[in-house]
Design a protein around this ligand. Structure first.
Ligand SMILES: *[C@@H]1O[C@H](CO)[C@@H](O)[C@H](O)[C@H]1NC(C)=O
Ligand SMILES: *[C@@H]1O[C@H](CO)[C@@H](O)[C@H](O)[C@H]1NC(C)=O
Ligand SMILES: *[C@@H]1O[C@H](CO)[C@@H](O)[C@H](O)[C@H]1NC(C)=O
Ligand SMILES: *[C@@H]1O[C@H](CO)[C@@H](O)[C@H](O)[C@H]1NC(C)=O
Length: 446
């Protein structure tokens, strides 16, 4: 009897431990795992994948092609290795290293927000499918008891950006991501690719299929004003959340705004207007948006209404960064802290340097920075939560301070070799061997 009670209380203690709210969650984005990346046999003078597959690949995003120019400027820093290389998507070892690191750093987050693009660019259908399945299995094996909340990226549909209401892609994702989509939302997910879920008391996370709004989406929609009626559904979710006194986080792959590479609109302008009008109607309900897509660690504070000052409402959007180093950045993920009011108080970004990991033959992940501390936010600002007004004030502060801005700039790529190191090494080197030695000693010293 006594031992039964002991077993029972141990069980309770274990359950208590598993479900105790940590007030922390992970934001992961743009893993771009690719089962065919081989950066050991294929290096910067070839391609990321076996040459026999290269010619079959198609892609409508050209960022990484343009970024090759950046890579070439930086000499042989593209050297391949076990953990991949800048300019290539995530290989199996880097993905595994990420999962080991996340589980060891955050074994029991309250939930994980995942803002899409699970698999590599330019994949033919068979490795695309294989990579999607491996991605889902790997996440599920690493976090069997954590609510993982995915949203659809342009590379999560095939071909790239081709998302249409009730298409086969949505059926495929409903199955592959099935364990993460609440049972009662499955039917709706299959028609438009969005769902809502409540990972903790008081919070609803709304996952939107933003690929419907991308100018690169080649489809025509039966309802061109509201593709797959997603906006109507969103508004209905916000009304319900308001009635139930729930706060809302919105997640999606592509944020509304401008991409930093071409300054092109990321959503068709009509849809941006509709979305901002909806947000402006529920400013106290929606706490923040979380997005990915650009493989950069950035944020936005977008004014959503035209109310006279000081009654502007700014929608805070936290973006990326990415795990894939394909756009010439280091892999990273973020751990957010929030309070009982579901206000975001800060986040920490963790990263690994691909170049150093390859040199060492081992990936070491470390804290890159903690947001509120790094940008010198006041206790009042942090206590009120990182809302749109706070972020907007911060943007103005970054405009005034070169020191603060340079932090933001190097965090954008998760400390990808700052230009300053490149330029200073150039000043001391006459051969590329000297240059590389200089870079190596500076990176490792950091
Ligand atoms: C790249 O790969 C080719 C073919 O395997 C090899 O000859 C070359 O030495 C490699 N270059 C570097 C920088 O590793
Ligand atoms: C599915 O979407 C429709 C609107 O298209 C909505 O009325 C219904 O409540 C949704 N179902 C669930 C379970 O959210
Ligand atoms: C969260 O933020 C809202 C709006 O800024 C504020 O009214 C509320 O007091 C905050 N709650 C907590 C617990 O910080
Ligand atoms: C890689 O790093 C980890 C953690 O720093 C360490 O435990 C492990 O022994 C290292 N492995 C190798 C092969 O150096």
């Amino acid at each position: 009897m006594a031992s039964n009670i002991l077993v029972f209380s141990l069980l309770l203690a274990t359950i208590g431990c598993v479900f105790a709210q940590q007030f922390q969650f992970i934001h992961l984005s743009d893993v771009h795992y690719s089962s065919i990346i081989n950066t050991v046999d294929y290096n910067s003078s070839t391609s990321c994948v076996p040459p026999s597959l290269f010619s079959t690949l198609e892609e409508s995003d050209h960022h990484h092609t343009d970024l090759k120019a950046v890579l070439q400027e930086k000499g042989t820093l593209t050297t391949s290795g076990l953990y991949g290389r800048y300019g290539c998507d995530t290989n199996a070892l880097l993905f595994q290293s990420l999962m080991t690191e996340m589980v060891s750093n955050q074994p029991n987050p309250d939930f994980i927000l995942y803002t899409g693009d699970s698999v590599g660019h330019q994949l033919p259908i068979s490795p695309w499918t294989e990579s999607q399945v491996t991605f889902a299995k790997t996440i599920a094996a690493s976090y069997p008891d954590t609510q993982f909340i995915p949203s659809i990226g342009n590379n999560d549909v095939f071909p790239d950006y081709n998302s249409q209401c009730s298409d086969n892609n949505l059926a495929f994702l409903a199955e592959t991501w099935g364990q993460w989509i609440p049972q009662d939302q499955r039917a709706n997910f299959t028609t438009r690719g969005s769902f809502a879920t409540s990972p903790v008391e008081g919070l609803v996370v709304i996952s939107l299929n933003t690929i419907l709004y991308a100018p690169k989406n080649p489809n025509k929609f039966a309802n061109p004003l509201d593709p797959c009626d997603q906006f109507a559904w969103l508004e209905q979710q916000l009304i319900e959340a308001q009635e139930n006194n729930n706060a809302v986080y919105i997640i999606g792959h592509i944020f509304p705004g401008l991409d930093p590479f071409y300054l092109e609109t990321t959503w068709t302008p009509l849809y941006v207007t509709t979305f901002l009008n909806i947000l402006a109607t529920y400013p106290d309900v929606v706490k923040a948006g979380f997005y990915g897509h650009i493989h950069r660690d950035e944020f936005r504070s977008i004014q959503t209404n035209s109310a006279p000052a000081p009654n502007y409402y700014y929608f805070p959007m936290f973006i990326g960064s990415s795990v894939t180093p394909v756009y010439v950045n280091n892999p990273s993920y973020k751990v957010y802290q929030y309070n009982a009011g579901m206000n975001i108080t800060t986040f920490s970004s963790y990263f690994t340097d691909v170049y150093v990991s390859n040199l060492n033959g081992n990936a070491t992940w470390s804290l890159q920075y903690e947001f509120s501390q790094e940008y010198l936010l006041t206790p009042q600002e942090t206590d009120a939560g990182l809302n749109g007004a706070t972020l907007n004030t911060l943007v103005n502060k970054l405009k005034e301070s070169d020191t603060l801005y340079s932090l933001y700039d190097s965090h954008r790529t998760s400390n990808y070799l700052p230009d300053s190191i490149t330029n200073l090494c150039l000043a001391q080197s006459i051969t590329s061997d000297q240059f590389n030695n200089c870079i190596n000693s500076n990176l490792i010293a950091n």
